[in-house]
Design a protein around this ligand. Structure first.
Ligand SMILES: [Zn+2]
Length: 414
């Protein structure tokens, strides 16, 4: 066989498989916590400690009374033990980023393994305890590195939100927009922070300056939106990536995004509890009598509610009471959107089709049966989605039309 082919196959096995398995799909790598009732967010800083920027990052965190996880480099920790001491004194979580900041792919296997061992030994010597978490430089894994961290009992931690503080075009404003609302410079959007997410920032290098400058504003913004930032090790229900999460991720990245575009789905806000998104769509019928006795006819100016499926699934993991609280807290946001967004000014009713009538009815929604054929068709589809997002199967629940008219909404929540 051609030696080039052999070489190519070996390279794919050594670099490609770890890339797909750990870096891209995140199998067995800690990705996030649970969307608990007091919405938590894992806050992490990589690449330090750095005498120029780490103290500024620490000052900003102390000012806000927030603790975080620092993935430090052994080499820098050894050069600045006083900063490691300060990190620990101020209650932050110390984790390992390796001995030296080199991409795992650019090293011999034995080097990559030795780097992890040396870094872990250094932290252990400086602090008296072995770190619990490891994040490789650039989030890039190799087989050798993975073998070394599992032998040392370290847990790999990835992230769900990159603050991009290292980006030359990013200042504090862009960092805040990206973490909170998922906005990208030059257009485009990602999901903003949701409960349980893990955010990566930097306390050294070019990112350190921007991170230190962005932190006061970012932390204030997160707290105002109901988030509770904390070290990764304190997140409830730490979740490692699983094979069965992959269909969901693929669905979110393709079908969900496609529908959001086609239907012009917009966010209500970026609060931690936010579960609704909306899109203009006429009321599809059937005709119903509203609480004040008026008739609502098909074709009335309306907006359709789209649930944040991912957030709902996480809230559901945390318990149905959490899901209920998120809905209840989202209702005033719906009323506010009606009053404040000009293109929703004439909306008579918010409607949607949902399996969650039991949660929606107590917060003020009217529940209407769908025609049998539509119910059946939508039922299979919605149960499929519910399971895809990791919900426990709902037995004997079929989709119903839920709606809340303008007057009821404003009266109860305006
Ligand atoms: Zn790094």
């Amino acid at each position: 066989m051609n030696p080039w082919l052999w070489g190519g196959a070996a390279a794919a096995a050594y670099w490609g498989v770890p890339y797909a398995l750990w870096q891209w799909w995140g199998i067995d790598v800690v990705q996030r916590g649970l969307g608990s009732s007091r919405p938590e967010l894992g806050l992490t800083f990589d690449d330090g400690p750095d005498p120029a920027t780490t103290p500024r990052v620490l000052d900003a965190l102390a000012e806000a009374g927030v603790r975080a996880t620092f993935f430090v480099l052994g080499e820098r920790a050894e050069a600045h033990p006083e900063l490691i001491g300060r990190l620990r004194d101020e209650g932050h979580e110390l984790a390992l980023h390796g001995w030296r900041h080199r991409h795992g792919w650019l090293r011999f296997p034995w080097e990559a393994a030795a780097d992890v061992r040396r870094g872990a030994a250094t932290l252990e010597r400086l602090t008296g305890e072995r770190p619990r978490f490891f994040r490789p430089p650039h989030g890039a894994y190799t087989w050798a590195q993975q073998a070394a961290i599992s032998r040392l009992g370290l847990t790999p931690v990835h992230w769900t939100i990159e603050a991009h503080d290292w980006h030359p075009r990013y200042g504090p404003r862009e960092v805040i927009a990206r973490v909170v609302a998922g906005e990208l410079p030059g257009g485009g959007r990602l999901e903003g922070a949701a409960p349980g997410d893990i955010v990566v920032m930097h306390d050294a290098g070019p990112g350190g300056e921007t991170a230190a400058a962005a932190l006061p504003g970012l932390l204030a913004e997160l707290q105002e939106r109901g988030f509770n930032p904390k070290p990764v090790g304190e997140l409830r229900g730490l979740r490692r990536g699983r094979w069965r999460d992959l269909p969901k991720r693929a669905w979110v990245a393709t079908v969900d995004r496609f529908f959001d575009r086609v239907y012009h789905v917009e966010e209500l806000n970026y609060a931690a509890h936010s579960v609704f998104r909306v899109a203009r769509a006429e009321y599809p019928g059937p005709a119903v009598t509203l609480p004040d006795g008026r008739r609502l006819e098909p074709g009335a100016p309306a907006a359709e509610l789209h649930l944040h499926s991912e957030r709902m699934a996480r809230a559901g993991e945390a318990g149905s009471l959490t899901a209920f609280r998120f809905f209840k807290k989202s209702m005033p946001d719906l009323a506010r959107a009606l009053r404040e967004r000009p293109h929703l000014a004439d909306v008579q009713v918010f409607w949607g089709v949902s399996l969650f009538q039991e949660i929606l009815e107590p917060v003020g929604f009217q529940v209407v049966e769908l025609p049998p054929l539509r119910r059946r068709f939508l039922g299979s589809y919605m149960h499929f989605l519910h399971r895809l997002y990791g919900g426990t199967p709902l037995k004997r629940v079929w989709p119903r039309l839920v709606l809340i008219d303008r007057e009821t909404l404003l009266e109860r929540y305006g």
